[in-house]
Design a protein around this ligand. Sequence first.
Ligand code: SUG
Length: 454
Amino acid sequence: MHLTEVIFIGLPGPTHHYGGLSADNVASSSNKGALSSPKTAARQALSLARALMARGQTVGLLAPQLRPYIPLLAEYFPTALGADALIEIAAKENPTLLEKASASSAMWAANAATVSPSPDNADGKLHITTANLQTNLHRRIEASDTHALLAAIFKNVPDSVVHPPLNPSPNRGEARRGADMATAAQQCPLPNPPPTGEGIQYMDEGAANHMRLGLLNVFVYSDAGRQSLSASETIAKNHGVKHALFVKQNAEVIARGVFHNDVIAVSNDNVLLVHESAFADSGDTIRIAQVYEKIHGQKLIVITILDAELSVDEAVATYLFNSQIITKPDGKMAIIAPEEVGILYDGKAQKLLEKIRADASNPIDEIITLDLRQSMRNGGGPACLRLRVPMLPAQLSALQKTTNVIANDALLAGVEAIVEKYYPDELSASNLGNPELYHACQKMRDEMLALMKL
Ligand code: SUG
């Protein structure tokens, strides 16, 4: 079956800012309060789309969500106030809550969903499970709109199923309340603290913890991090994945800032680029390669980076593993890395990439570095900004006929015009209380969805 991979790029919204909202994410924590540029952030995401298109990739665009997220503010200030008044009250009484409600974090599309395409699944359908993003309140609020967006995009795509986010606590009546709400309540003192509950069972952050090596679906989970084994197993089961492998993340690297597997490993087709400390069991990389070989009758090309070559801290700072590896039309592969690989530590990470490029035992023949600093300052590199959806010809053609999400020059120009009109050049947390920003976001979203025929 011939598949075309659509690389969906998540677009930042007009409220893109640095809230320091993810405690386990080094870049997010250390850039709290910095001045952001939503306009530059959007332009940088579009430059990533262009770099992919220039290398023969099929690119899709995901519209930003509406922020601030009014339902969250209404939960904390349960009055009959309208959106503008809620924003103004939150700015005065609970600025931390307003920052969470304003996060533009849906741009990190790798956390939108887990995808297994038709050939991987027993029923021959394309399955997509929207992530429930339970770890952080500012991300949990993405799930319902992401589900609606994906359902709209794939509505007329034959043999495709968009699943809703997993219920995080199926054994409890008040499903969406749990430990994260308790933490949120401590972080944002509330007029009406929500009830606290037992821990959450099903934590899912989507494709950032899933690697597709040919037909082999590797699900990476942890006890200490953002992806639980129960969630990964449920997704594999619901999708009917024929070849699934569950691999445990190394808790030590999570503590050093590897909050998703895609911060320490990246794969494409028959290539796996991984740090030696990525998994709890150092034999897991060999196990993955063995299972791959059994399924495909050919060897997996494993490129292991040793701690002596690049430490975990250096990997987290440079985001070398958060690169995208893509297959070009001639069958060779390219790596799209963030510019930081060449800037930090005397370009040590970039030298490693050049070594990989020069090594004829792998298909990688091009290294591209991009300035994605606006996203990088929140811990989002090239791989965070994309959701890969491999599609059959009939599925792709239906998608193209019924929506306008697949990028071409006209769509990019249309999106750029919206960005120029509604995105601030600069933004700090103190501007989030201005209802005009919310109105700009509403117009942006209406125009963007109309342009994309959604
Ligand atoms: O969930 N940062 C995101 C970054 C997600 C990166 N995605 C992948 N690795 N696939 C997160 O931690 C920070 C927002 C802030 O601090 O304002 C944030 O949400």
